[in-house]
Design a protein around this ligand. Structure first.
Ligand SMILES: Cc1ncc(COP(=O)(O)O)c(C=O)c1O
Length: 363
């Protein structure tokens, strides 16, 4: 009998979130960002769940693009970091992957070789991570055209789209627009999830929603449900022990929490070895019997403690929601000093993913 610690993946919620992204993209089309193993939900599972809705996927690297083909998906795939070696270009051409070119060395690989995959240009509009300077764009396009490479798109990425008060996305959009307008009629793309919620944001031809597909808020300080999103993952475990603590007794490594009243303490069968964040502070909520109960003490590798004093009738075997539809992953992330992206992608292989469809689930 396996321990009942698992991540339920809600396929209908994934589809709901993608449809919301499409709606918010307006006349632009949305490509589903499924990198990092579908943000921890399983790249093949996510891509298949969205196959009837999404007509384009985006991934970080070639291995992820190949996983989509191996899963039988035939939609176009954008490799957002392009290739990491020249010898990968023929495979990209053969499989119909579109490669991003963000740097001189990738340009030189294309010029020197025979492979001619479709190419999107990455423009550095101010984030200063990857991409050509706006002033270099025309010359880069000319070099690619001379080499017989078709530039079918251009993209940029926002640094501060999650901050509703920041003007940076508007500034980056203007920089990108000026640099790429002369390249018309190519495909242009700027919007990550957060940009879908920015009033007045230009969406161009394609948007690239990632985190919102998984139900988490892309906006700082907001939770997914406020934005109409539904959790795509419920991380769930069970109570495996209960204990009465007297005032003054401590729990766990380092004795970082001590009871101030007679306390019913419960142990939950999940820890940082499963990807639950070790830095979650005392008071981080978990859901038990429809009640929010606080985490107490340090998270261990395989278990964590909660205060069940205010949970009527809690008993061994009760399911515990670490995050999901009732406890937002955004809230847990804030309690652990991180972001939902890190929590979702850090759920380890020890945790089985169980697909849920229309309220039912099957393993
Ligand atoms: C280039 C690029 N586009 C789109 C996305 C999706 O971003 P988000 O998950 O915030 O929607 C990412 C994510 O890191 C990215 O790197």
């Amino acid at each position: 009998m396996p321990r009942q610690t698992l991540a339920r993946i809600h396929l209908d919620n994934l589809r709901h979130n993608f449809r919301l992204a499409r709606e918010r993209a307006g006349s632009a089309r949305a490509m589903a960002v499924v990198k990092a193993d579908g943000y921890g939900h399983g790249i093949e599972r996510v891509a298949r769940a969205l196959a009837n809705d999404a007509d384009h996927y985006a991934v970080a690297c070639l291995e992820e693009a190949q996983a989509l083909r191996q899963a039988g998906l035939t939609q176009p795939v954008l490799l957002m970091q392009g290739v990491h070696q020249a010898s990968d270009l023929p495979l990209c051409e053969a499989k119909g992957f579109t490669v991003v070119v963000h740097h001189e060395h990738q340009l030189a690989w294309l010029e020197a070789g025979d492979a001619r995959p479709a190419v999107w240009l990455k423009v550095n509009s101010g984030m200063n991570r990857l991409g050509f300077a706006p002033g270099e764009v025309r010359a880069v396009c000319q070099r690619l055209e001379s080499a017989g490479v078709t530039v079918t798109g251009a993209m940029t990425h926002f640094a501060c789209a999650d901050d509703e008060l920041s003007e940076r996305s508007a500034e980056q959009t203007a920089v990108f627009d000026r640099a790429t307008a002369p390249l018309a009629p190519i495909n242009r793309s700027v919007a990550n999830s957060a940009a879908h919620f920015r009033p007045g944001q230009a969406m161009f031809d394609w948007t690239r929603p990632g985190i919102m597909l998984y139900g988490s808020s892309p906006m700082l300080g907001r939770h997914g449900p406020e934005l109409g999103l539904k959790a795509a993952m419920t991380l769930e475990s069970r109570l495996i022990a209960l204990r009465q603590l007297s005032p003054g007794e401590a729990v766990g490594y380092g004795e970082t929490w001590r009871s101030t009243r007679p306390t019913v303490m419960g142990m939950v069968c999940i820890g940082y070895g499963d990807g639950y964040p070790r830095h979650a502070v005392n008071g981080t909520p978990v859901g038990i019997r429809g009640v929010r109960a606080p985490l107490i003490g340090r998270v261990s590798m395989d278990m964590l403690a909660v205060d069940l004093t205010d949970v009527d009738g809690a008993s061994v075997g009760d399911p515990v929601e670490l995050w999901g539809e009732n406890i937002s992953v955004d809230e847990v992330a804030a309690c652990a000093g991180t972001i939902s992206y890190e929590l979702l992608t850090n759920v380890t292989r020890r945790v089985p993913r169980v697909e849920v469809q229309d309220g039912d689930w099957n393993g």
